[in-house]
Design a protein. Structure first.
Length: 446
């Protein structure tokens, strides 16, 4: 069977950016910024994205392109069959996240229509409680998963690449327009101060809370530790510069995340001059309620702004979801030769079934999300970084230098960073996260 490839380099970059630019940027990043000290969280996140995220994404690129295989088989192709557990963990992590991510995607679909009709304007909190759990949530979760599987079923060039070429520019254009609109809202100046002026006093007083979430946010928003970047990079040729592509993806993803903050933070500050109690209270639906409250305060203008905002969130969510489903689809197609359409819809159905837990009770969704952020993602990234840095070593450097013109300084500096700073930083993040796992709620009852 002939393996698919990206039709263009731009297609790969946009697909990778699309994988990274999703709910992690527009749902999680602004909310976690609002509830973790604002600028203090942003400061740690930016450091993590550049100093940890970039070397780590290059590690996954090296593994994928060198092996030309999916996230699990890649390690066997590199003559390290014992390390397939790393790929398996990444695949599991991606499926774990997609199961509840799809539920949130269903909420977004509901909020597009709720904005158009003004259905949540009367009581945004009660509206969220009504639509976030139960049969309607299960049904919209199914619709979102069906859309995701449908795109993946069409393959790399005709499905994922074609979709993301449309999605990613649309996301950026609409967010820019919304950011301009948000700048006109009352409280925008205070929002920018909260967002952009680093509060080191808050940071040092809350290191144990801010650092794990900020670093894991960088992993989440860059789709690291989920097998997605290993899988996507397995479809690219050896003449492309991985450092250039990786740097482009990290910069674009970070800019979109920051841009989302310029939209959401002014909306939150427009409510009584600061972060609303709803947003500060936490929970997976906090941002939905807080942003909906802001749109409700704007009357008829809020309907139009709400439709546009939630449409861009929906597009971003789909661009990430297809990358997560592609990981397991690629594995089954490569390994067993099963038809891509059958595989995509089959696993879509399985993940829909698992996601009904989160659709039935948001306590489940919060539990799934906490386990992903504080344990699964850091462990998966840690193992991938260790493998590229200490197991592949010189082989990884050789692969990284392909397509760069043989620049001698590129590989050694990257390898040194992987083996030392990046590895230690991920270990510290994991330990801080695990240390606070005891604070998370018990597994919800069935």
């Amino acid at each position: 069977m002939t393996r698919e490839t990206w039709a263009t380099r731009v297609g790969f970059i946009l697909a990778a950016v699309g994988s990274a630019v999703g709910l992690g940027n527009i749902w999680q990043f602004p909310f976690k910024t609002a509830t973790n000290g604002g600028s203090a969280f942003v400061f740690v996140y930016l450091l993590a994205a550049v100093l940890i995220g970039l070397p780590a994404i290059l590690a996954e690129f090296v593994i994928g392109r060198r092996a030309k295989r999916n996230a699990i088989e890649a390690f066997g192709r590199l003559n390290r069959p014992a390390w397939t557990i790393v790929g398996a963990l990444g695949l599991f992590t991606g499926m774990w996240i997609l199961s509840y991510y799809s539920v949130v995607g269903g909420w977004v679909i509901r909020y597009v229509f709720g904005s158009a009709t003004g259905a949540y304007f009367g009581d945004p909190g009660t509206y969220f409680e009504t639509v976030s759990m139960g049969l309607e949530a299960v049904g919209l979760h199914g619709v979102f998963m069906l859309l995701t599987a449908g795109i993946v079923a069409f393959g790399i060039e005709d499905g994922i690449e074609r979709a993301t070429k449309l999605m990613v520019p649309s996301i950026v254009a609409i967010l820019l327009a919304l950011a301009v609109y948000a700048a006109t809202l009352p409280g925008a100046t205070d929002a920018y101060a909260y967002y952009l002026n680093p509060d080191f006093e808050y940071l040092f007083a809350n290191l144990g809370d801010v650092v794990p979430f900020a670093v894991s946010q960088a992993f989440f928003s860059l789709s690291l530790g989920m097998g997605a970047m290993i899988t996507y990079s397995s479809y690219i040729g050896g003449d492309e510069s991985l450092p250039t592509d990786g740097g482009t993806i990290v910069v674009l993803n970070t800019l979109v995340g920051l841009l989302a903050g310029f939209v959401v933070l002014p909306l939150l500050f427009a409510q009584q001059g600061g972060i609303s109690e709803t947003a500060a209270g936490g929970g997976p639906g906090a941002l939905f309620v807080a942003v909906a409250s802001a749109f409700a305060d704007l009357g008829m203008a809020g309907r139009a702004a709400g439709v546009v905002f939630f449409l861009v969130v929906l597009v971003a969510a789909l661009s990430s979801a297809i990358s997560l489903l592609e990981v397991v689809t690629s594995y089954v197609v490569d390994k067993y030769g099963v038809d891509r359409r059958v595989t995509a819809f089959g696993f879509g159905a399985a993940l829909f079934a698992l996601g009904t837990l989160s659709a039935g009770d948001t306590a489940w969704l919060g539990w799934f999300d906490t386990v992903a952020y504080k344990f699964l993602l850091p462990v998966s990234v840690l193992l991938g970084v260790f493998f590229a840095g200490w197991v592949l070593g010189p082989v990884a450097v050789e692969e990284l230098r392909k397509g760069t013109g043989g620049l001698p300084q590129v590989g050694p500096a990257w390898l040194w960073a992987l083996r030392t700073f990046v590895l230690l930083a991920v270990v510290a993040t994991l330990l801080l996260g695990v240390n606070t796992l005891y604070e998370m709620p018990a597994i919800p009852a069935f």
